[in-house]
Design a binder for this molecule. Sequence first.
Ligand SMILES: *[C@@H]1O[C@H](CO)[C@@H](O)[C@H](O)[C@H]1NC(C)=O
Ligand SMILES: *[C@@H]1O[C@H](CO)[C@@H](O)[C@H](O)[C@H]1NC(C)=O
Ligand SMILES: *[C@@H]1O[C@H](CO)[C@@H](O)[C@H](O)[C@H]1NC(C)=O
Ligand SMILES: *[C@@H]1O[C@H](CO)[C@@H](O)[C@H](O)[C@H]1NC(C)=O
Length: 612
Amino acid sequence: MLFSALPFLFPSALAAQPSAPSPISAPLRDLEFGQLNFLHTTDTHGWLAGHLQEPSFSADWGDYISFSERMREKVEAQGQDLLVIDTGDRVEGNGLYDSSEPKGVYLSEILRHQHIDVITSGNHELYKQNTSESELLRTVPNFRGKYLASNIDIYHPETGELVPLAPRYKKFTTKQQGIRIVAFGFLFDFTGNYNNTVVQRVGDTIKEDWFQEAIRDTEVDLFLVAGHVPAHSSEYRAIYKEIRGIQWDTPIQFFGGHQHIRDYAKYDSKAVALASGRFMETIGFMSIDGLSTTNGPSKTSHPTFNRRYLDNNLFSFYHHTGLDAESFPTKKGRKVSQLIAESRTALQLDQVHGCAPKDLWMSRVPYPNPNSIYTWLETKVLAETLKDESRGERPSVAILNSGAIRFDIFKGEFTQDTTWTISPFTNGFRYVKDVPYEKVQLIMEILNQQTKILSTVQDETEPSLLPLVSPEQLARPEEIVVDDDEMSDQRITFDMSGSSQMPLSAPNTAGKILPGYTTKDDAGEDGDDTIHAPISFYRVPNCIQALISANSSGVPEKVDLIYIEFVQPYLALAAKFAGLELDFVKGSDVYMPNITLTDLILEWVRKHWQCE
Ligand SMILES: *[C@@H]1O[C@H](CO)[C@@H](O)[C@H](O)[C@H]1NC(C)=O
Ligand SMILES: *[C@@H]1O[C@H](CO)[C@@H](O)[C@H](O)[C@H]1NC(C)=O
Ligand SMILES: *[C@@H]1O[C@H](CO)[C@@H](O)[C@H](O)[C@H]1NC(C)=O
Ligand SMILES: *[C@@H]1O[C@H](CO)[C@@H](O)[C@H](O)[C@H]1NC(C)=O
């Protein structure tokens, strides 16, 4: 049989991707199983191949399928249940999704093999017409009966009719325990969707008849609210209050996401929320014991909840299933790992463009810094590549939002895959000519320091403005004061607040405790399965700027103000505050037509980072 022969030919094809690093052993906290157990992913953003340069997160979607199959076998042998949840943002952010034409065709074939019990849409599924239509026409049918959309409608591409993206909710009973569950699938109050979808505000949705009826069902042992909604959020609080107002005693389990963090919220002794990170770094585990069931004698439940954030690697998976490299992979899991490898080959994601001489970090070093990816962009990439011949030698300043970069660069091979993970967006550049340099500096100051003013105005005038920084940065605690004069004060350490945390990046070779996630949440400090040493991280500005082609005669008087398209509405607001009459809509023009930030990075890397 072909499958049994493969492992002998390619030992690493047993599981994970062929080029993935082996996981490093580390001390682990065990899982506490219960009557009802959950595995949860969120914000995977196309990373179904796992992380090929980080041992802690090197398992792929095939391994996750094996893991959930083995976990189901394990708990069902005890008469317990397992449910698998995914809460959206499956798209955009990795070459496995973005680099195919049309986007997502390989990804959706890989994704569909996982048995998912409740799946919902994120905001990224709704930015573009093609993406949301592909949800409607592919993902919803692939997960028929599992996909829920409590507050999303879509104009059907064929009939033009406004229809629910998927059913609003469902009621089902678990196989082993007979636990009766009413499940919902929400998206936060998102306004940046393309106009072919309609996202209803959560506060309005929960007043609708169907919702009111669903929460009045008394034959329910658990309300399950899955959603692309932060665990701590006004949306989940509103849903919690609405259900609690009707059912004072029924347990509620929320699963959430969007902020890209590990987080756990306790709404009351019988209502909790779990958020499970980002990018296939984390598999969230949740168990509930003490639920009432159709099989059980008692109608009163006294639930206990347990949560765990698993590092997505085979070392963790073997440990929690009690299996090993021989006994762990399932037939389906292996097949999907193989399918991922084939898809990556077809998309040429392993094509090497250069070799990075060192790590470049988004937020593990202060900014500016020789090891900051933003400093590198400003002083090298933009300064040396951003040049529109039609503008001659005119000096210019380029402004980028820091959220345009989505991931760190690791020392070593810079592949096609790396290109997509660090810069997945397709924004090009525009410019406005003859802007006084001093005013540009004032605009930068406004963009970076007075975000509160900007966000107030934004709510009134432009409700659909998207954040300038990455979701991880947004999720970081507000109360931390950044002192511009004192770089060390920009350091945000782990013990300062709520769920501040940072992922593992550099593997440790000494065999001791590795740096990585050290999560603090509403249940304490024991949530992570892998015991890690903490990592510090730093605030990054909303926007960065590069001064380009200014000559030695000092600071220019007027410049071409170049900017990545994404920031235009912010720039327009900031310019207004700076007292500058600029029409960014009619008074701007395309800079370097058809060139994106990704193109510039690639050009620079090919030229300067040749492999030895
Ligand atoms: C949408 O998808 C179609 C078919 O896959 C493709 O031809 C078209 O260019 C896509 N549109 C956008 C805006 O990406
Ligand atoms: C959506 O926006 C496009 C322009 O981008 C417009 O042509 C179309 O009529 C709008 N559709 C609806 C339903 O508003
Ligand atoms: C320096 O820039 C100014 C405009 O800012 C230009 O007039 C001058 O020719 C430039 N000099 C050189 C050597 O490029
Ligand atoms: C460049 O973009 C313009 C529109 O901005 C388009 O008409 C043209 O076909 C593009 N050229 C290439 C080579 O993609």
